[in-house]
Design a protein around this ligand. Structure first.
Ligand SMILES: Nc1nc2c(ncn2[C@@H]2O[C@H](COP(=O)(O)OP(=O)(O)OP(=O)(O)O)[C@@H](O)[C@H]2O)c(=O)[nH]1
Ligand SMILES: [Mg+2]
Ligand SMILES: [Zn+2]
Length: 344
């Protein structure tokens, strides 16, 4: 943290959190926010307090019962141990890659999600849609940030392609290295507000955070020359205070670049992000229409008429299918865990 002693309100403390704290807990505990997550430990900040504490929880429960960056915790005034994770206003998570048992918590209590993608090889509509589903599911406002606009002769075309995904979607092209260009993003990150940056490795998340916090303390690294992919430079999730704009502003959560973003238990997010497609599916003659060769399929009719883009329908189909398969697996896993047969 760069700026000295933020108040609880500046840290993002709100009635939603204070209302969860009993009078007794108010006496015995400090409310603190998780600024960074390291292996087994978290860095927390409260009023006039910043320290590293063990993140192990006295009463481990479900997969979401561990602190992640952005969380509000109660810690014991004397022992400094973790007493409680307060209920979250939002939680970003994904199935942990390569491991079908765990959920990876990305960030909690986030107001706005910057879906960061660059105007070069990384730009991919299907990936942006995945992040939009995640944002919808977590109930957080998404903003598409198109970095490296300086490297593209026609960034407007990408801006238009992204805007077409959702009515009213904010899309911001920037040169993340340039303060003047990046400064317009400060409006999404006012006092006490929290913005999380997510996206592939090398798109410039850390570069943008460095620019907006006014110092180059976070390591960044050039993308690989052969394929333009990043080098997974950032390995911890950490919050930084924005210094652009009025009164020091809010918080930016830098995250490690994601290799893959599997969909699981995001059915309502898929429904909302693809509301144009799902509105048409209701018109199909059969409720369980697969939109392949059934008679009376409204989706195929809409595609034939040009009312629905076949490529978008195909992306929807893929996401919905992936979500159904993964959600089914997650439900089986949970019921096994409940029976205690495969706890590890
Ligand atoms: N030209 C240009 N280069 C940029 C811009 N943003 C980032 N870069 C460069 O892209 C490279 C990767 O940037 P990083 O900030 O390390 O990317 P990251 O998203 O944090 O990557 P990970 O930490 O690996 O997830 C660096 O060499 C940056 O200087 C931009 O807007 N324009
Ligand atoms: Mg980084
Ligand atoms: Zn159909």
């Amino acid at each position: 943290m760069e700026t000295s002693d933020p108040t609880l309100a500046q840290l993002g403390w709100r009635p939603f959190f204070s209302e969860q704290v009993s009078a007794e807990q108010r006496n015995d505990c400090h409310p603190v926010r998780v600024m960074a997550v390291h292996r087994g430990r978290v860095t927390v900040a409260g009023e006039g307090l910043e320290e590293s504490i063990s993140s192990s929880f006295p009463m481990p429960g479900g997969a979401e019962d561990r602190p992640t960056v952005g969380d509000w915790l109660l810690i014991d005034r004397n022992t400094r141990s973790l007493v409680r994770i307060l209920n979250r206003t939002s939680l970003f998570k994904r199935p942990a890659p390569g491991d079908d048992r765990r959920v990876q918590l990305i960030a909690a209590n986030v107001d706005t999600l910057f879906v960061v993608t660059s105007c070069d090889q990384d730009f991919n509509i299907a990936r942006v849609e995945r992040y939009l589903v995640l944002a919808r599911e977590a109930g957080v406002r998404p903003v598409i940030v198109l970095t490296k606009a300086d490297l593209s002769p026609t960034p407007e075309r990408l801006v238009d392609a992204a805007r077409a995904l959702q009515s009213g979607l904010r899309v911001e092209p920037v040169d993340g290295r340039d303060l003047q260009s990046a400064a317009r993003l400060a409006v999404y990150c006012g006092i006490g507000e929290t913005v999380a940056l997510v996206g592939s490795s090398g798109v410039g998340k850390s570069t943008l955070v460095n620019t907006l916090k006014g110092s180059n303390s976070i390591a960044t690294q050039a993308v690989r020359e052969d394929d333009g992919k990043g080098r997974h430079t950032t390995t911890v999730r950490e919050m930084y205070r924005l210094v652009v704009g009025v009164d020091g502003g809010g918080w930016l959560v830098d995250t490690p670049g994601m290799r893959e973003l599997q969909m699981s238990e995001v059915a309502s997010g898929v429904l909302e992000v693809f509301d144009d497609v799902t509105a048409v599916t209701i018109e199909c003659r059969f409720a369980n229409c697969t939109h392949a060769d059934e008679p009376g399929c409204a989706v195929r009719a809409a595609m034939a008429e040009g009312a629905l883009d076949p490529a978008r329908v195909e992306r929807w189909r893929k996401l919905a299918h992936e979500d159904a398969v993964n959600s089914g697996a997650a439900a089986v896993r949970r019921s096994r865990l409940k029976r205690g047969s495969s706890r590890r």
